[in-house]
Write a protein that binds this ligand. Structure first.
Ligand SMILES: *[C@@H]1O[C@H](CO)[C@@H](O)[C@H](O)[C@H]1NC(C)=O
Ligand SMILES: *[C@@H]1O[C@H](CO)[C@@H](O)[C@H](O)[C@H]1NC(C)=O
Ligand SMILES: *[C@@H]1O[C@H](CO)[C@@H](O)[C@H](O)[C@H]1NC(C)=O
Ligand SMILES: *[C@@H]1O[C@H](CO)[C@@H](O)[C@H](O)[C@H]1NC(C)=O
Length: 179
């Protein structure tokens, strides 16, 4: 799943070739394959409802990386308490082996079926805030990270969004899990 295809390696080499010579620009690190997958999955969900794509933020990626490493090292890969997060946040927990960035985003987008775009409402007894953060029009930047607890074969993934989705005065944080 996460291996490079020959064409993406070629594209990467081409990008390095084109931008490698311009030393005046701060060298922007190429995105990891995981970052590309998070970004692409989000931007496909956004394009499907006519919302502009997000870009990748190293600041947000680093912040999410700090949280998932803490959850891995101290909290057995359980969901993080993101109540006081300054960023919008979605998190994903998976048991039973490997999981990919696309699996996390697909899980969040599952809520789409309960969301009604026409009148901005969610079906009774369901939540839609995880999905609506994925496609939140005012969010511009995305950064995600994941960590695996090898002992239990569990994975925690977190994406941060900036600017966040707001529910009244509260920053949206939500989660989804597959077992
Ligand atoms: C993100 O983390 C990397 C690795 O620790 C570091 O080199 C980089 O400067 C950080 N970037 C930002 C924007 O914090
Ligand atoms: C999460 O953190 C908030 C604020 O620090 C705290 O009030 C709340 O009790 C915590 N929730 C859980 C489930 O630990
Ligand atoms: C929103 O629209 C859906 C589908 O047209 C409808 O079933 C639902 O009752 C509406 N909700 C509100 C609060 O108007
Ligand atoms: C929502 O859940 C409540 C409590 O479980 C239940 O009484 C109600 O019938 C449910 N409503 C719908 C539309 O499913």
């Amino acid at each position: 799943m996460s291996s490079y295809s020959p064409s993406s390696v070629l594209l990467l080499l081409l990008v390095i070739f084109i931008f490698g010579g311009s030393s005046a620009e701060a060298a922007e690190a190429p995105l990891s394959s995981a970052a590309k997958e998070y970004l692409q999955a989000h931007n496909q969900a956004r394009a499907a409802v006519g919302v502009e794509p997000l870009d990748w933020s190293e600041t947000l990626a680093n912040a999410s990386s700090r949280v998932v490493r803490y959850q891995r090292n101290k909290m057995s890969c359980n969901f993080a308490n993101l109540t006081n997060s300054r960023y919008g946040a979605n998190q994903f927990w998976a048991g039973g082996g490997s999981s990919t960035p696309r699996m996390a985003v697909d899980k969040w987008v599952e809520e789409k079926k309960y969301y009604n775009h026409g009148n901005n409402t969610c079906a009774p007894n369901h939540t839609c805030g995880v999905y609506t953060q994925v496609v939140w029009r005012k969010s511009l930047h995305l950064g995600c990270a994941q960590a695996t607890c090898t002992k239990d074969q569990t994975t925690i993934a977190i994406c941060f969004y900036d600017p966040p989705e707001w529910w009244g005065h509260v920053v949206m944080v939500g989660d989804g899990a597959i077992y």
